[in-house]
Design a protein around this ligand. Structure first.
Ligand SMILES: C[S@@+](CC[C@H](N)C(=O)[O-])C[C@H]1O[C@@H](n2cnc3c(N)ncnc32)[C@H](O)[C@@H]1O
Length: 397
């Protein structure tokens, strides 16, 4: 593949922004595209993929590159992918055989898999024999998965519409409404997206709303709704009948939920910003179903967000665990007696998952709950993101 100076410059300055200004990769990519409106689909694909892959392999690339110059780091990445470099002054001193020799000599897993040492140690101690393969899987590129909006279209109809426009998809087994793109491409520009026929949502994430066992007419609370991915799915499963209350502490995220609901043809979603415990107390025993899709480390979705590797720390994980338990303790009061509560994370760490549920069940607030079942979804087993989903019932008495 031929390299072009303007797109390589785009990649290099984005990497600078991500690592030196501590920005999120997806936001930087968005900004880079806006600043380069003349780029075609292939240019954009090259830039986005190179940025994500350089972020994913950042530690490994830095270990092998002869210098910390950003062009040299790009060149090292490019050679490691098995490509050839053009004779540009910026790539002087980079030779494929030397780079590959250095790569072959590396033995340490944390460097080879390009993660911080503390993360490798934590993963090994918590996931034991499953860690090695999980880490390997989490370093692969994520598939683009869609959730078909069954309020507007069937999976087969959407597949056919896409096929007519040359977009090939397949339906993964075991996920009723999921479609996977055969080739990564920007589908946000399609008419089907504008018409609200689908949302982009990983297949594992689609298991969360399903676990709530909702029915039309119910009152459901999604207490950490964010931009509403799961709320939309819940409302769809309820056939847009009943009520979904989408809450979050971040008002701006809920605004996004409203926009998406409109596009999806959903009318039953109401949003409410959480302003301390009084918001929660007012909703005591009001929900047939409660979703706690809590903030987490995001270690199950490293494929999608490789920059998480460099933004997390043991301290930030410990902090988020405190919030998770607080949410369980305080928010569980919103479920009616006999109702269901789902606790979910996009993490693979037991400390954020089953340990939190156990701790809750052993506490006073947890006495009125029982665990019905939980799913520990590992990326290596599912082929999609890593997730945890626990289904709890509030006892009748
Ligand atoms: C995993 S994300 C939710 C993703 C969302 N459910 C979706 O499907 O798109 C967790 C959310 O919890 C919110 N959050 C953090 N602390 C919270 C708290 N104490 N109460 C409620 N929401 C909180 C964050 O703002 C974030 O939007």
């Amino acid at each position: 593949m031929k390299l072009f100076p303007n797109t390589v410059r785009g990649v290099v300055s984005a990497i600078d922004d991500i690592f030196n200004n501590n920005r999120y990769a997806d936001k930087v990519i968005e900004k880079t595209f806006k600043a380069n409106l003349k780029w075609g689909a292939r240019d954009r694909a090259f830039v986005a993929e190179s940025i994500y892959e350089m972020v994913r392999w950042w530690r490994l690339i830095n270990e092998i590159s002869p210098s910390k110059d950003l062009y040299q780091l790009f060149g090292t990445y490019w050679l490691l992918q098995g490509n050839k470099l053009p004779e540009w002054r910026e790539f002087k001193g980079l030779h494929a055989d030397e780079i590959n020799n250095k790569f072959r000599k590396i033995q340490e897993r944390a460097i080879l898999q390009s993660i911080p040492d503390w993360m490798d140690e934590m993963g090994e101690s918590l996931l034991r024999e499953k860690w090695d393969k999980e880490l390997n899987t989490l370093n692969q590129t994520a598939a683009v998965v869609l959730r078909v909006n069954s309020l507007k279209v069937t999976r087969e109809q959407l597949m056919n519409k896409f096929a007519e426009n040359g977009i090939e998809t397949y339906a993964p087994k075991g996920y009723k409404d999921a479609l996977v793109l055969a080739k990564r491409q920007n589908i946000f520009r399609t008419q089907e997206f504008k018409d609200g026929l689908f949302e982009v949502q990983d297949a594992s994430s689609q298991l969360v709303a399903t676990a709530l066992d909702v029915e039309p007419g119910m009152r459901v609370i999604d207490a950490c709704a964010g931009a509403g991915g799961k709320s939309l799915h819940i409302a769809t499963l309820m056939e847009d009948k009943g009520r979904v209350l989408s809450m979050d502490i971040e008002d701006w995220k809920l605004k996004n939920t409203k926009l998406r609901a409109r596009r999806n043809g959903i009318s039953i979603i109401e949003t409410r910003t959480i302003e301390g415990n009084k918001t929660i107390k007012r909703l005591k025993e009001s929900a047939d179903r409660l979703l706690l899709d809590v903030p987490c480390s995001g270690l199950g979705v490293l494929k999608r967000n490789p920059d998480t590797k460099w933004k997390l720390s043991p301290e930030s994980i410990a902090k988020v665990q405190v919030i998770q338990q607080e949410i369980l303790q305080n928010y569980s009061s919103m479920v009616k007696k006999g109702g269901l509560m789902v606790y979910a994370t996009c993490s693979i760490l037991p400390t954020e998952n089953q340990d939190q549920v156990e701790k809750f069940l052993a506490s006073e607030a947890g006495q009125s709950f029982e665990l019905l079942e939980d799913q520990k979804v590992l990326a290596q087993e599912s082929g999609f993101d890593g997730f945890y989903i626990a289904k709890l019932k509030r006892k009748e008495g």
